[in-house]
Design a protein around this ligand. Structure first.
Ligand code: C2E
Ligand code: CA
Ligand code: CA
Length: 512
């Protein structure tokens, strides 16, 4: 009874907490998407002057028009005076759509002062102006369309009862997305996020009544789970004389070599050829149970065990893959390294020695660094990346699009590859905004001479959409989940046999 009672309150609290958590995350997504749109514009403002195109010469304007035409998120590029007034516009006819144009003093600077943002009031909807100074006499402005579909992210159940707002940090609205503009929300609850590097705010407002009924069907199953867990906990508590601490458990696992590499193939989206694999950690316990990384990597990181664990997994992966890596020099092994480890003393040296000892070429090793948590010391990270690349290693930025750094900052890292998070792949076939974002990432990667790998591809449809967006490589359950070595090597052999046997026709070319 005590469990049932406390279960009731706990479940209620958990569901409410989960809602808040989910909506906070969605607000975060709105913010990331708008930051990405600004980064995308900023990359153009960077590139055009380098190509000597920051001028009103007819030839330059024509080249800018082509540049804009290839980037659907950018509506126009204009050359302006230092006070913000327009000198010329790539599409001069768009000037007629303007209702107002901000003076320089009304524009809001980014944290690093490199950009200024302002609202461009136009007939038929507002847009966002992004300004970057070129020299003492001129600046370039990109007009970014704040497309409703970019922010169409609400779950179906909430869509009619919520709105998504993007605004500048001075409160000016850039876009407001709601299903029925004529029906104001009843008693809305707001979730807000402010960008740390750009003067942008994202807000999601949801009607109170919908929020409290949303997912309440989860109540009874969740209560049952709470009760079950309570009982289980009681039994365990009664049974165990001595409860081993989780860190001691990690240490025991490390000493026994229980952290094993699993392998997920990375393949060419068009031809289906396997070009390498990502090494993903699994804790294979004494009783044969396999623990997923999310259940032990965070603890390993916070308890300072991640270094030892990473080396254990890499050594074991190198010994498994050595023959494959030696016979096929184009085959690559990707390894996940947490930022803290990357920045720790002696990382590059230990990596080099480990790979050398296994007699594998550094060119075949890709170090994946996640941008999920902000890399606080970007300058140091860039120095380590440069050192890695000097030794021939490749570097990939993981989880791009959901992380904190923003691509304009990541550019400074000098990596070879960006990995697009599964989050975008999941929605690419249902949601036009994702396609725009993936296209933006591909265009940016191209400008920065980086390759793109998409993660978490589960269907043929997603694969085709990614190919259409210009992505060339990927991984996902469509080809295989992470596999233990024996299974992985079987898969690679089998693919090789098929591909060398059959003349690849267009039909067999698309994976699966
Ligand atoms: P990640 O680096 O983003 O790895 C991709 C994750 O997506 C893997 O989860 C993989 O199994 C999963 N995945 C791949 N394709 C699909 C798909 O089609 N559908 C679905 N639903 N999932 C797919 P996993 O193995 O559970 O790893 C989770 C995370 O744990 C990794 O995310 C990575 O951040 C971390 N991790 C895994 N191994 C290591 C490691 O050795 N070292 C470190 N530092 N982190 C690791
Ligand atoms: Ca990864
Ligand atoms: Ca990832």
């Amino acid at each position: 009874m005590a469990f049932a009672l406390s279960g009731h309150f706990a479940v209620d609290a958990v569901i409410r907490h989960q809602h808040a958590h989910q909506l906070n995350e969605l607000t975060e997504v709105v913010l990331r998407r708008s930051e990405l749109a600004v980064d995308f514009a900023a990359a153009s403002l960077d590139e055009l002057p380098k190509r000597n195109l920051a001028s009103c010469e007819p030839a330059a304007l024509q080249a800018i028009r082509l540049h804009v035409y290839q980037r659907s998120a950018i509506k126009d590029v204009r050359l302006v005076k230092p006070d913000g007034s327009v000198i010329c516009s790539a599409y001069s006819e768009t000037l007629e759509f303007d209702k107002g144009w901000a003076g320089r003093h009304d524009m809001l600077p980014s944290r690093d002062k490199a950009l200024s943002l302002f609202r461009v009031e136009q007939f038929g909807g507002d847009a966002l102006g992004v300004l970057r100074d070129i020299n003492d006499s001129s600046a370039l402005v990109a007009i970014v369309g704040i497309n409703a579909s970019l922010f169409d992210i609400m779950p179906a159940e909430l869509r009619a009862h919520s709105e998504v707002i993007l605004s500048l940090s001075n409160g000016e609205k850039l876009g407001e997305f709601l299903l029925d503009a004529d029906r104001p929300l009843v008693r809305p609850i707001s979730f807000e996020r402010h960008s740390t590097r750009l003067p942008l705010d994202a807000t999601i407002r949801v009607e109170h009544a919908v929020l409290s009924s949303w997912n309440s069907e989860a109540y009874w199953p969740a209560l049952a789970v709470a009760l079950g867990l309570g009982t289980l906990f009681g039994i365990l508590l009664a049974r165990s004389r001595r409860m081993e601490g989780p860190v001691a458990d990690l240490d025991r696992g490390l000493a026994a070599g229980e952290f094993k590499p699993y392998y997920q193939p990375i393949f060419e989206l068009r031809a289906g050829r396997i070009t390498g694999c990502e090494v993903l950690a699994r804790w294979v316990r004494r009783d044969g149970s396999v623990v997923p990384p999310m259940n032990f990597i965070p603890l390993a990181e916070s308890s300072g065990r991640i270094q030892a664990m990473t080396w254990q997994i890499l050594r074991s992966a190198l010994s498994d893959l050595q023959p494959m890596l030696r016979t096929d020099k184009t085959f690559k092994l990707s390894l996940n390294v947490v930022p803290k480890h990357l920045l720790s003393a002696g990382f590059v040296e230990t990596l080099r020695r480990t790979v050398l000892t296994a007699r594998v070429s550094a060119r075949q090793i890709v170090v994946e660094v996640t941008e999920r948590d902000e890399l606080d010391d970007l300058a140091r990270a860039a120095a380590v990346v440069a050192e890695l690349r000097d030794h021939g290693f490749r570097v990939a930025i993981d989880d791009v699009g959901v992380g904190h750094s923003g691509l304009s900052r990541l550019k400074g890292l000098g990596a070879d590859t960006i990995k697009i998070d599964k989050f975008f792949v999941d929605t690419i076939t249902v949601d036009a905004s994702t396609t725009t974002i993936v296209e933006m990432l591909v265009a940016l990667a191209r400008d920065l001479h980086m390759t793109v790998v998409a993660e978490g591809i589960e269907t043929e449809e997603q694969l085709r959409a990614l190919v259409a967006s210009g992505v060339e490589e990927g991984q996902g359950y469509l080809v295989a989940p992470p596999l233990p070595f024996a299974k992985f090597s079987e898969l690679v052999e089998c693919r090789r046999a098929v591909q060398s046997g059959a003349a690849v026709s267009d039909d067999t070319a698309l994976v699966a």
